[in-house]
Design a protein around this ligand. Structure first.
Ligand SMILES: Cc1cc2nc3c(=O)[nH]c(=O)nc-3n(C[C@H](O)[C@H](O)[C@H](O)COP(=O)(O)OP(=O)(O)OC[C@H]3O[C@@H](n4cnc5c(N)ncnc54)[C@H](O)[C@@H]3O)c2cc1C
Length: 470
């Protein structure tokens, strides 16, 4: 099988897909209602459909996959679409294990997809939630400089945010910080009034429900293990076949799915899914766990909105922060430590293949050599709560170690190239073989991809329409 080429705007790669004759381009550089979760059980009722044959299949039932499925089913109601998800419900991984922040778009490089899609995604999220009565809280956010040396970086952030078109940003001084967050101290801060909080897992399930109501089908417990072309003539042509891509799960219970085209949105497994269709294994995914502390319920009035540090520009993570949750709890964190399993939510969760894959990858070794000190200090803070609390006390001095307990965690799918560079923007990838041409991979959808999900879905749908001539 011909190998696939990674398509990225950084590389300015362009080529023609032999099956569609189309030019492929990289797209990277990449209130309240009474919601009953049970309502969003994800098994489709469309069980009369016995032939399991689709026009387009989306692999991955996270927020990116479900948003894309919803967008495509809205645009093309005549198409038969399905989502395949390996877990028993949607949003089982990153989309259901995150900070729950609706980001405003301050941090990202002006002109990048991350910046554009976040600003657009925030507006689309609020409109969608208003329309469908999904609860959110526009509680705002402070990015606080507590050290004079952080002030130039804060000023740069302000400039970035303004260039990105983030609305109503203001620089505030020490007194106004206190007016906004009475328990917070700082020299200077950016106030973002439109930053909000939401349950992204609930949003994902809503997208899934909408998709089903528009005729889409969701297969859960379907772990995609194999993509192939039904049959190929000696010349490799698939002419005359209507649904040539076969998708199999690694078990006997699930049916073989046939599809004309496939989009993968596999999060922590996006590199492996790409490899399964003969595409480039790189960029590889390295799992970085983020561990949160939970503020004691009687202390939850310590913060009103989000309080974030000025981020260290060397890393893609935003630093430990105070985040009120839509359920009234307050999460503090997350740190960033290497996970010993792709979906490993604790230190005891270990997978030999995942760990061997990560450690044998030259990119991770290079990254580790560059940032060993940072990595070890993050692990130390993960193990010793007091160390994490000390960092948080820089912003809220009245926080005490006895006010927190260990909380949940999430695992970030961090794409890494072989030189150990963290891939910062969204990355899309497709192949040049007959099979590869029919599959589009969303390989890197890092934070704020939940905020950007509706905007990403529009972009993926545009790309799908062009690439697959829909
Ligand atoms: C700790 C943390 C905090 C974050 N905070 C925020 C935030 O506050 N705001 C924000 O906007 N973003 C945040 N993010 C980022 C955001 O959560 C992710 O960018 C987003 O959820 C990615 O969605 P996804 O659909 O690409 O991936 P996922 O949600 O991981 O979904 C991928 C899905 O693919 C499925 N899958 C994988 N392989 C297969 C297979 N072989 N067969 C079938 N199914 C498969 C998985 O089971 C999974 O359900 C955070 C992320 C983390 C980890």
């Amino acid at each position: 099988m011909a190998s696939c080429r990674l398509l990225r705007r950084e590389f300015k790669t362009r080529r023609v897909c032999p099956s569609s004759g189309m030019l492929l381009r990289s797209l990277s550089a990449v209130d309240s209602g009474n919601w009953n979760l049970a309502k969003f059980l994800t098994t489709s009722t469309n069980l009369d459909d016995k032939n399991h044959q689709y026009d387009l299949v989306i692999v991955g039932g996270g927020i990116v996959g479900t948003a894309t499925a919803q967008e495509l089913s809205t645009r093309h109601p005549q198409l038969k679409l399905a989502i395949l998800e390996k877990e028993t419900e949607l949003a089982a991984h990153q989309s259901g294990h995150n900070s729950g922040v609706i980001h405003a778009g301050i941090y990202y490089t002006p002109g990048s997809l991350k910046a554009k899609l976040c600003v657009k995604g925030l507006a689309m999220t609020y409109a969608y939630c208003d329309k469908h009565k999904i609860p959110y809280n526009k509680c705002g956010k402070l990015i606080v400089a507590v050290d004079p040396e952080e002030i130039p970086r804060l000023d740069n952030l302000m400039e970035r945010g303004q260039q990105n078109g983030v609305k109503d940003l203001r620089m505030v001084g020490a007194d106004e910080i206190k007016d906004i967050e009475p328990n917070c101290v700082g020299l200077k801060a950016i106030h973002s009034p439109h930053t909000g909080i939401i349950d992204w897992g609930l949003v994902t399930k809503h997208y899934g429900k909408q998709f089903e109501s528009q005729g889409g089908r969701i297969y859960t417990d379907f772990n995609v293990s194999h993509f192939s072309l039904k049959a190929e003539s000696k010349e490799g042509s698939t002419a005359g076949m209507t649904h040539p891509v076969e998708i199999k799960a690694g078990d006997k219970q699930n049916p073989v799915i046939s599809s004309r085209f496939v989009v993968t949105c596999g999060g922590l497994h996006s590199d492996r899914l790409a490899e399964k269709s003969g595409c480039d294994p790189e960029p590889r995914i390295v799992p970085f766990r983020g561990e949160y502390l939970l503020l004691a319920p009687e202390k939850s009035d310590l913060v009103r909105g989000n309080i974030y540090p000025v981020p260290d520009p060397r890393f893609p993570f935003l630093g430990v922060h105070f985040t009120p949750r839509i359920d009234g709890s307050v999460w503090l964190g997350p740190n960033a430590v290497l996970a010993f399993k792709r979906e490993g939510y604790g230190y005891t969760q270990f997978n030999l293949r995942d760990l061997a894959d990560a450690l044998s990858f030259r990119g991770l070794r290079k990254l580790a050599m560059r940032h060993l000190g940072y990595g070890l200090s993050e692990m130390y803070k993960g193990i010793y709560i007091r160390a994490q609390v000390k960092q948080l006390q820089r912003f809220v001095p009245s926080l005490r170690p006895q006010d927190v307990v260990r909380g949940p965690s999430g695992v970030r799918a961090q794409a890494l190239d072989r030189d150990g560079q963290l891939v910062d923007d969204f990355v899309f990838d497709s192949g040049s073989s007959d099979l590869g041409c029919r599959v589009l991979h969303v390989r890197n959808a890092p934070s704020p991809a939940a905020t950007s999900s509706l905007a990403i879905a529009e972009m993926v749908a545009d790309h799908v329409e062009k690439q697959f001539s829909l």
